[in-house]
Design a protein around this ligand. Sequence first.
Ligand code: PRP
Length: 216
Amino acid sequence: MLTLALNKGRILDEVLPLLAQAGLDPLEDPRRSRKLIFETRHPELRLFVVRSGDVPTCVAHGAADWGITGKDTLLEDGGQGYYEPLDLGLSRCRLMTAGDPTFVPVPGQRLRVATKFVKVAQRYFNDRGVQIDVIPLGGAMELAPLIGLADLIVDIVDTGNTLRANGLAPLELIEHVSARVIVNKASMKQHQTRLGPMLAALEAALPEAAEQGVGP
Ligand code: PRP
């Protein structure tokens, strides 16, 4: 039996129709159940649903043979212990810096950056020679500049509505984000004969999913 780890939330909503087209969908809807592990229509695949950051953890440790999560999560995780063979092109958004458009940094003063993407933010500003203090937050990053907790934020921007609604603006693009398939390195070798066809079925389902409006 192979195990797939799926990202809760919007990625799950967009990936379930794709799994259905590939014959890999769960026998019951994980969004309507308190169960944690689900059998699928494929006799050799089961799946579980976890928070985004737990997908790469489970796959890297081999608790799941493969997983689906966002590129933002993988950038923050660092990408050790798994391959990233497939970009599903779903759940597209941008990882950006954002803030009050009138904010002017004081020369020589460290920037305070609120984010849940701590490593991404540190890397991004470090590469540009900008010294920052990271303010780690679990969500609602947009609040931080409004209450004087931070000068800037690093966050996901999709429609930009959340930023606009709070008088903030997107500033610099850090990375384009979409849902990615990751595969445990050992599983890729040991279970290639079963994993290969599952990944191929998922990839084959992509254009059809796009035509139905759930794809890129
Ligand atoms: C994400 C992100 C922004 C918002 C961006 O939050 O953190 O707040 O979506 O989307 P928009 O550009 O379309 O407004 P999400 O709702 O996923 O919740 P989170 O704060 O728990 O991450």
